[in-house]
Design a protein around this ligand. Structure first.
Ligand SMILES: CC(=O)N[C@H]1[C@@H](OP(=O)(O)OP(=O)(O)OC[C@H]2O[C@@H](n3ccc(=O)[nH]c3=O)[C@H](O)[C@@H]2O)O[C@H](CO)[C@@H](O)[C@@H]1O
Ligand SMILES: C=C(OP(=O)(O)O)C(=O)O
Length: 421
């Protein structure tokens, strides 16, 4: 168990460079097993999810090497192994091995994924997609057994009953080497989906429409990597540092961002009265603004991301009045609330609405990071107190925040990780 120790009260200033997007990376690594050649990525974030995915690759005899943001995955000696448990349970995105193995071998046995405690996360749309491509799906002993018939997978028209990032990518992975054309309707439009499609297309896949509600995939026989794929910057990590900069910065430059990916988030910062300067690939927040309370409703991209509803809380705490958040994607994503209350944050959740009021008496406490963004938001509040906070289960922050201690220290924060193992 790792603990994060934060001695709060210091204003933050300086520069932070955003890493590659976690939610791209965790799909790109499983996608790499579809290739008939080694695959190279750069701008890979140093996060626990990457290390856990490398363990899963190892179980399949896929060698991988990670060094200073460069990751090589060599699937040329891959073995068709079932993946019932172990590291599969350590992250949500292990479900991408269902689509990737199905695309590669026409069958997959993958344990139900683990991941964040943010309420129910069914995978019915993933399964609906695999079935539409002609696979048989059996759920047994905490694993999903997916098998295509002797003819292999066949392209199909699939209408998603709801917009799902994971189901869109999983179906894409299964369809990319299937026979014929697959059309995903009501597809998710997140930038990470475009990133996966770009990676696959550069290896010879034929995917059109990624980033729109209709994606067309013409199956191909083989995928071969010729270039290094550079992963897009993490818009959620960027939003987290921008929130911190607005809440307690005195001049923070957030570098390596695709500003368009942050449109809905930046619109809300503006509405709160936060001033910032948008440059070509960086955003500068001078800090010290009077904050106005606002209302936020999360929705699929390009709407306000659910993954930023907790991180923006730090700014809302400073507002003179009540801010409200409705998380339509994960109404039960509220595990940060009791922890924040103990730190003196005036926050409550009732009838699906999270209410946050100005909180000036913040204190350091021992708190628990139940999931990644709850952890990030607790870290932000900890930095705003004048005391010492201990965040237990800091692994949940390290799951998705690249070099977080180093980046925070560079901004003059006093943060360290201690290992209790
Ligand atoms: C690794 C990764 O990329 N994780 C992101 C991904 O998760 P993930 O891909 O798991 O989230 P989805 O987009 O699938 O979920 C959206 C909504 O659809 C529901 N649903 C989803 C699939 C399904 O088969 N049935 C169903 O009912 C979910 O419970 C949720 O309410 O998108 C979420 C929503 O932007 C983000 O919070 C996560 O950070
Ligand atoms: C919910 C998240 O991640 P995951 O889907 O990997 O659990 C997140 O990144 O906020």
């Amino acid at each position: 168990m790792k603990k994060m120790i934060i001695r709060g009260g210091k204003k933050l200033s300086g520069e932070v460079i955003i890493g590659g997007a976690k939610n791209s990376t965790v799909a790109l690594i499983p996608a790499a097993i579809l290739a008939d050649t080694p695959v190279h990525f750069d701008s890979v974030p140093d996060i626990l999810d990457v290390h856990n995915l490398m363990k899963i690759l190892d179980q399949m005899n896929v060698k991988s090497e990670f060094n200073e943001g460069n990751l090589t995955v060599d699937p040329t000696m891959i073995k068709d192994e079932p993946l019932p448990g172990g590291a599969i349970k350590s992250l949500r995105a292990s479900y991408y091995f269902m689509g990737a193995l199905l695309g590669r071998f026409g069958r997959a046995i993958v344990g139900f994924p683990g991941g964040d405690n943010i309420g129910p996360r069914p995978i019915d749309q993933h399964i609906k997609g695999f079935k539409a491509l002609g696979a048989e799906v059996i759920e047994e002993d905490d694993a999903v057994i997916i098998t295509s018939g002797p003819e292999g997978l066949k392209g199909a028209r699939i209408f998603m009953d709801l917009v799902s990032v994971g189901a869109t990518i999983n179906i894409l992975l299964a369809a990319v080497r299937a026979k014929g054309t697959t059309v995903i309707e009501n597809a998710a439009k997140e930038p990470e989906i475009i990133d996966i499609a770009t990676f696959l297309n550069n290896m010879g896949a034929h995917i059109r429409g990624a980033g729109t509600g209709e994606i067309r995939i013409q199956g191909v026989d083989s995928l071969r990597a010729v270039n290094t794929h550079t992963i897009i910057p993490d818009r959620i990590e960027a939003g987290t540092y921008l929130s911190l900069a607005a809440a307690m910065g005195e001049g923070v430059l957030v570098k390596n961002v695709i500003t368009e990916h942050l449109d809905s988030f930046l619109a809300k910062l503006s509405e709160m009265g936060v001033t910032f300067k948008v440059n070509e690939d960086s955003i500068f927040v001078p800090g010290g603004d009077e904050i106005i309370p606002i209302e936020v409703t999360t929705s699929p991209y390009p709407g306000f991301a659910t993954d930023l509803q907790q991180p923006i809380t730090a700014v809302m705490i400073k507002a003179a009045g009540e801010s409200r958040i409705v998380d339509t994607l994960y109404p039960e994503r509220i595990k940060h609330i009791p922890e924040m209350q103990r730190m003196g944050v005036k926050i409550e959740s009732k009838d699906g609405v999270i209410r946050i009021n100005q909180s000036t008496e913040l204190t350091g406490q021992t708190v628990y990071a139940d999931e990644i963004r709850a952890g990030a938001a607790l870290l932000e509040v900890a930095l705003m107190t004048n005391g010492t906070t201990v965040i237990e289960k800091a692994e949940n922050i390290l799951r998705g925040y690249d070099c977080v201690v180093k980046k925070m220290t560079n901004l003059s924060a006093d943060v360290e990780i201690i290992d209790e193992d």
